[in-house]
Ligand binder design. Sequence first.
Ligand code: KG4
Ligand code: ZN
Length: 343
Amino acid sequence: MTAPLNPPKPNASIILGIESSCDDTAAAILCDGKILANIAASQTVHEQYGGVVPELASRAHQSNIIPVIDQALKQAGISHNDLSAIAVTQGPGLMGSLLVGNNVAKGLCIANNLPLIGVDHLQAHVAALFIDNEVDLPMLCLLVSGGHTQLIWVESIDRMEIIGSTQDDAAGEAFDKAAKLMGLGYPGGPMVDQLAKDGDPKKYAFPDSQTEELHFSFSGIKTSLLYFLRDRQKEDADFLAKEISHVCASYQQQIVASLMKRLDKAILQRRPASLGLSGGVSANSALREAFQAMADKRNLLAYIPAFAYCTDNAAMVAMAGYHRYLRGEFTPLDATPFARSNH
Ligand code: KG4
Ligand code: ZN
């Protein structure tokens, strides 16, 4: 076997991160704050159902998790003996999925006499912004994924406050449900994004829901699309086939506008030093453009991590765990995963 290019130093802090909260089985190795490996196995079994099926997700995690961890160790050129601690997503997420990651993490901790660090999934998404970055703090982070839409006020990697969240659907869900209505596959966000590139975002108008303060709501826009398509197709059965790119562009434009409206309101209220964007929806090209334009308009630094760190991944879990490791904040081995945030 050839020696790894960057063998870890004898006293380095080496964290194995494990993520299994939804439908991605992921493992990463972080050595003194630098990512050595970041492996993820996405589950394609859900595509035929148009959404994540919890029981199938936890079964797929069981098949994938050991190979994914082994691959991460191999890529980093280390063995279990070199690890300093194991960080695992403790919640929120799907209980059956979380249990797989947590039980494997605990088993490895017992077998190798390592401390366990249970990490909050949302804090991990924020920690992704700190990978390879000296972040200007305080930062205002917009977290947009299939499960969450939040504005987070970040004072440090482990001190943060949720100042806005969705009252119903997440932004990613709004994309996925629209894609389903239009007969596109799952997850639909990337397809809506692609089709929107050839469309006119001003051609059709979709409404923004009224919300309190800095909160979001995306169930109304999805319902308005449902009625819009039904009415238009009554008049012309080929409407969608002819207009799909304009519908996608207009719908996407309104989701981005709703996000930017609350983001700007929060910037003016809180006056952050920088802005961060995280979560799978951050791949959206219109959102990226609008986010950067907002940062430029308000003269703020903008952090948008590489996509591998935006979507569900274990590098962000290892990064959040690393800072807890340095402070000696460990999780008891009898701790249980939590499905919801207000545990
Ligand atoms: O963070 P993530 O991988 O998983 C969750 O924690 O949910 O986010 C997945 C979500 C899905 O809803 C997917 O449709 C959306 O991110 N997404 C996008 C794009 N790429 C992924 N939405 C809009 N445009 C994209 N390019
Ligand atoms: Zn996530």
